[in-house]
Design a protein around this ligand. Structure first.
Ligand SMILES: [Fe+2]
Length: 353
């Protein structure tokens, strides 16, 4: 499930679910239900790296007690499928070994996240390092957004032309001017805050939800369609083990009539980068044993409640421009670390401790 989201079933008007989904186009601009541009980058990393990540003790838990003792929660997102087993654990990918303040991804409340195992942190840190230039490009493009050209221009009342207006009309005009001025100031500060997310500290792919699924499958009418929260505007998902299908309701144009169900068949060693905040999606799981279990790490912006509040009230048109900056970078592709780069980053982590 996505962060801070509630799932729902596709209802009337979504007949496309009955047809065979097309394979999701990658490296091109697409559009989802929020009407903003987005892109998807899907890559496979080496079997050696996949083995290395999977063999961490965190991913070898077998009993409920083991999962709980390692910081996982037993989740029930599909109450109609009582034999579907789902554990989720929350971690961070920063260089510190200490817990950091963030939000609970399921309800937005303050939450202390422990450090993920060094291999996973090594992967995320190396990803940030290898893509510094790309992240800087996104931040610069966001900073260049001219909020005043997108939003209504506040017009102060001209005292010499108020003779024909009632006092109530003057009051309403002044209120509108103040509101529009405040909206522009607010959106300017939201733009600055969101640009900083890409370059300051270790916030990009800093918030990790480790998801483990096995047992009864989740398919068809049981799929939980949802949008992620805004911390998934830039979202990296790493398939550690097993299979899952990411179903995405997207289209080639902003026209809602063009939207249809697309699918990515994600297997061990696949990594996808996109903005699931911007499109409705669901994840299908086959029926599988614990040995076949699906393990995926969902990496999002590491937000505090204050950051979340600051960026989530962005004006829709401003958000569309921000989405465009992110989509163009994802369309052009990112670099992913090799096993050697992950191990090298881990060695630096040890030296730094
Ligand atoms: Fe999601």
């Amino acid at each position: 499930m996505g962060a801070l989201s509630s799932k729902f079933k596709l209802g009337a008007g979504h007949e496309q679910i009955e047809t065979k989904p097309r394979d999701t186009p990658h490296h091109k601009i697409l559009f989802g239900g929020r009407g903003s541009p987005l892109a998807m980058d899907v890559t496979k990393f080496s079997p050696e790296l996949q083995d290395y990540l999977f063999n961490q003790s965190l991913f070898q838990c077998k009993t409920k007690e083991e999962y709980i003792s390692r910081g996982f929660y037993s989740c029930v997102d599909y109450p109609e499928l009582p034999d579907h087993v789902y554990y989720e654990g929350y971690f961070h990918s920063q260089t510190t070994n200490s817990a950091v303040s963030s939000i609970n991804p399921r309800d937005g409340s303050p939450f202390q996240k422990p450090a993920a195992p060094s291999s996973i942190r090594g992967f995320c840190i190396a990803f940030r390092d290898k893509n510094r230039g790309r992240l800087e490009t996104i931040a610069n493009a966001i900073r260049d957004i001219d909020v005043t050209s997108i939003m209504p221009k506040p017009t102060p009342i001209d005292p010499s032309s108020t003779a024909h207006l009632t006092s109530e009309e003057v009051r309403l005009h002044r209120n509108r001017y103040e509101r529009e001025t405040k909206d522009i100031d607010y959106n300017r500060s939201a733009i600055t805050a969101i640009a900083k997310l890409f370059t300051d500290g270790e916030l990009v792919v800093g918030d990790l939800a480790v998801q483990v699924h096995f047992g009864q499958g989740v398919q068809g009418d049981d799929l939980g369609w949802h949008y992620d929260a805004i911390n998934s505007l830039f979202h990296l998902a790493v398939s550690i083990h097993g299979k899952r299908d990411l179903m995405s309701m997207i289209g080639d144009t902003p026209d809602p009539r063009d939207r249809s169900v697309n699918v990515d068949h994600l297997n061990s060693g696949d990594v996808y980068l996109s903005s699931p905040y911007l499109f409705m999606h669901a994840v299908a799981y086959p029926e599988q044993s614990w040995q076949q279990r699906t393990i995926a790490v969902q990496a999002r912006f590491l937000f505090t409640p204050e950051m979340y509040e600051e960026v989530s009230r962005m004006d829709l048109k401003v958000r569309e421009k921000v989405a465009e900056c992110v989509a163009e970078a994802i369309r052009d592709g990112f670099h992913y670390p090799s096993l050697e780069e992950v191990k090298q980053t881990e060695r630096l982590l040890e030296v730094g401790q």
